[in-house]
Design a protein around this ligand. Sequence first.
Ligand code: T6T
Length: 314
Amino acid sequence: VAGCSSAKTDSTSSGSASGGTAAANTNKSIAFVQGVAGDEFYITMECGIQEKAKELGYTVTTQGPQKFDPTLQKPIVDSVTASKPAALLVAPTDVQAMQAPLEQAAKAGIKVVLVDTTVNDPSFAVSEISSDNVGGGKAAFEAIQQAKPDGGKVLVISTDPGVSTVDARVKGFEDAVKTDSKFSYLGVQYSHNDPSTGARLVSAALQKDPDIVGIFATNLFAAEGSATGVRQAGKTGITIVGFDAGPNQIKALEEDTVQALVAQQPNTIGMDGVEQANAALTGGTVEKKIQTGFTIITKDNLSGDGGKAAYKSK
Ligand code: T6T
């Protein structure tokens, strides 16, 4: 992992953290289960996890499903639970479907820390750490508003309903768009975290409404798909605001196929996650909920703070 050389990612469903019968204070293993393998957001989070774990004397095993899909994530969580790490840092892929498997992990005595996404009833978790996703959605609308002061039609491309983070971003955007009568909201369409589906949705939406002025893409893969869809439709002048700042998104910003990015702080989320797990394991003070910030990146701040907020890649 660039810039975090000690990290190792095991993206298969095999492999597990060690632990088992060791007493809680001698078990120094942390399992990290990503929302999806290969996503630069989770890769950057893993860097933060590895760094803090090293400092505090923990070992980390990372696994993630090949798709952002609870049917693929559940067996990974179940096998991690069976291997009894001291702590599990996990980004659940669905608010409902991952509830029971994660409760099981907590019941087995594993300290569960929810990183990024959450579930409907997170009371079993020692801590929840995520971005201000509602605020990020609002900021995305403000970026469109700034670029298109005369208003017009706006569309949202999200991943799947039931993903806590992107649902919150949609809500932040929707609440904001309703306050400005110059804009008309065309609603949200779901790409299932697949860029080519996102591109198809955007092309079809542009056929129906060729006068769309802005698109909010609620995550990395939605942004990738939206930019492709606009390009394939041969359109220019549409403002695309994406969430996340992987290398492809930064390139799109430089090439002006995307106009603004809402960059999260995945590294910080990872570090905080390990700190909270450690506090729970050592009788320290645990913070039940931590909210991390975001940076709006445009071409204008790319060489300064904006560029620093970009994610790492493999
Ligand atoms: O936007 C992030 C993450 O916060 C979200 O929960 C799922 O998608 C990403 O991982 C980006 O692909």
